[in-house]
Design a binder for this molecule. Structure first.
Ligand code: AMP
Length: 577
């Protein structure tokens, strides 16, 4: 593909041009000008003088713009609006400025993803995508600038409404409906009504597909009833949804209802996507990083349909795309796109096995041209829209190069998730330990559908607590919990943790790991809780570690069993090892 070859072959030059362009336009802003006292805004001075920052450092400028000062204190181009993105470490939502140009760059990346995927799966053009997109209410800053999640903004643009929406089964009114439940019902209903046209099932993040599947489990009877009678449920009161559905749900269709009922009545939902949407070719949804916990669930429901993790994106910038859509979810690498922003990479200390006992970043970032194969980095971004040497907070590992553009595997969010004493466990450590442990559940037909954790320091010594949502493969029944097997899971998790954990645990500074099993659907309640606090369903990332007392309470109240790692077993395993 010529366009991609040009981009990646000229990666270094394009990055240089990108930085020059950003400095040419923005060096005179209040934020940047103080770092160029001599007026010479070149790459060398940029690297020497401009500090590497986090959102909190940029926030005073963003707040000033939100409160009525001109956006030119931060960047030269006019602001279109703010994108509301995932929370900061303090739990606050971030406001990221967007300009016409930064939006164009985002569009370009979507266009590339589309070409790459279409090349891989011949003819998706012939059908439609059941894309589950949701909106949140827009808010206005005191100065009247609109702020909304990216997808809410994007769904309202001409490019989406006049082009892409045609390929989606969901009418635009259902995507714009602000009530997530009505929106989900209508989107699934239209997806079922058009079942013979659906070639792709998609969402931005895999958590939404997991939620949609649970919703389908709870509502398939009602959906079938709507299809059978041709009448929309009377709790769908959103005028946009009602209007759009009246054009699609035009009359009774008992044959289709019978067919869907027969599929959903099957005790096992293995491969249910393929049965419901017989022409489906692939599932497209980000399933790396914290989303990897949904892989087994989606593989189970997909029954062999490829699971494509298309891109690595954030509200701040588009980083890269997956050039090998068919690679296994755990092997996915993203090729950086050098024309979307200026990227730098802070080397991250990790030992050879990638076990992050300490993910302290060193202070000298390198350019995209100088990253080394096998090395871990935290990505730092500079954009036309006012982010300068901004730490995104994601740790990546270089896995290869496509022409001159590096390819990265997503490793984890930079922050430590669990900590007691001097022990620190990262998102990746936790995910690996749980992946090891859940293997022993598989032969018993038990699926781990979601997990989270927290450091319980209410007693001394403290302990790590894991929440696991479990269900049987063929049904939503809660598995019979065999204490021995569950205790072994605890042991495997503890054994998979790093040296410091084991040493502190052996020395008694950390108590036995606790595993709390919660019933099916509990993590949906957790998601509802975060959505009620302002999170967007489309951008929702399940928290690997809970900081909120209320969130912990929600999972505790859904607990159906708890176990501890047996001390003796662990200690003997330790001494053997
Ligand atoms: P948001 O700020 O809500 O737009 O979310 C952006 C964040 O989502 C990124 O900084 C990553 O932590 C995460 N993310 C985005 N794309 C991926 C991906 N492909 N794999 C893993 N995590 C991702």
């Amino acid at each position: 593909m010529k366009i991609l070859e040009d981009l990646t072959n000229n990666a270094h030059e394009l990055q240089e041009q990108m930085l020059e362009e950003i400095l040419r336009r923005n060096a005179g802003t209040e934020y940047l000008s103080r770092f160029f006292p001599s007026g010479q805004a070149d790459k060398l001075n940029f690297k020497t003088n401009v500090p590497i920052v986090t959102y909190e450092d940029t926030k005073p400028y963003i707040d000033r713009i939100a409160n009525g000062e001109t956006s030119s204190i931060l960047f030269a181009d006019p602001i279109i609006q703010f994108i509301r993105s995932s929370g900061t470490s303090g739990g606050q939502q971030k406001l990221i400025p967007i300009t016409a140009e930064s939006f164009e760059k985002g569009k370009y990346h979507l266009f590339l993803v589309d070409i790459v995927t279409k090349k891989c799966f011949s003819g998706p053009d012939e059908g439609k995508s059941l894309s589950l997109y949701f909106s949140k209410p827009e808010i206005e800053t005191p100065s009247g600038i609109v702020a909304s999640p990216y997808l809410t903004f994007y769904s309202k643009t001409d490019i989406f409404q006049s082009n892409l929406a045609k390929f989606c089964t969901s009418p635009i009114e259902t995507i714009l409906c602000l009530d997530n439940k009505q929106s989900m019902f209508c989107q699934l209903l239209t997806g079922l009504l058009q079942r013979d046209e659906v070639v792709q099932l998609s969402s931005i993040f895999a958590s939404v597909l997991a939620r949609a599947t649970k919703f389908l489990e709870d509502y398939w009877r009602e959906l079938c009833c709507n299809i059978r009678t041709g009448y929309l449920s009377d709790w769908i009161i959103d005028p946009g949804c009602k209007n759009a559905m009246s054009l699609i749900l035009t009359g009774p269709n008992p044959e289709l209802a019978d067919l869907i009922q027969q599929i959903c009545e099957d005790k096992s939902w293995e491969g249910v996507f393929k049965k419901l949407w017989p022409k489906i070719k692939y599932i497209s949804s980000i399933c790396t990083g914290s989303m990897s916990q949904y892989i087994s669930l989606l593989e189970f429901y997909g029954g062999g349909i490829p699971l494509v993790s298309p891109s690595y994106v954030s509200s701040e910038a588009c980083f890269g795309i997956n050039l090998q859509p068919l690679s296994k979810p755990f092997d996915v690498s993203y090729t950086f796109l050098p024309n979307t922003a200026y990227f730098e990479f802070l080397p991250v200390n990790k030992d050879g096995g990638g076990k992050a006992q300490e993910t302290r970043t060193m202070d000298k970032p390198v350019d995209l041209a100088n990253v080394k194969l096998g090395q871990f980095y935290e990505v730092v971004v500079t954009t036309l829209a006012g982010l300068y040497r901004y730490r995104v907070g994601d740790v990546l590992k270089v896995t290869g190069f496509y022409n001159k553009s590096p390819q990265f595997q997503f490793v984890e969010r930079q922050n430590v998730v669990l900590s007691i004493d001097t022990e620190k466990t990262t998102e990746e450590d936790l995910s690996k330990a749980i992946t090891n442990a859940k293997l022993i559940l598989e032969p018993f037909g038990i699926m781990l559908t979601a997990y989270s954790s927290y450091s319980d320091t209410s007693s001394i010594p403290g302990r790590y607590v894991l929440f696991w949502e479990l269900k049987m493969k063929g049904s939503n029944d809660l598995p019979k919990l065999d204490a021995k097997i569950m205790e072994e899971c605890c042991c495997i998790v503890e054994e998979s943790f790093g040296f410091t954990y084991k040493a502190l645990r052996k020395g008694g500074a950390i108590s036995a790991l606790e595993l709390r099993v919660v019933k099916h659907g509990s993590f949906d309640e957790l998601m509802d809780f975060y959505i009620s606090k302002g999170a967007s369903i489309t951008q929702y990332k399940p928290p690997c570690c809970l900081k909120s007392e209320d969130a912990i309470k929600i999972l505790n109240s859904a607990m159906v069993g708890k176990l501890f790692s047996p001390k003796t077993m662990f200690l003997s395993a330790l001494s053997e090892g």
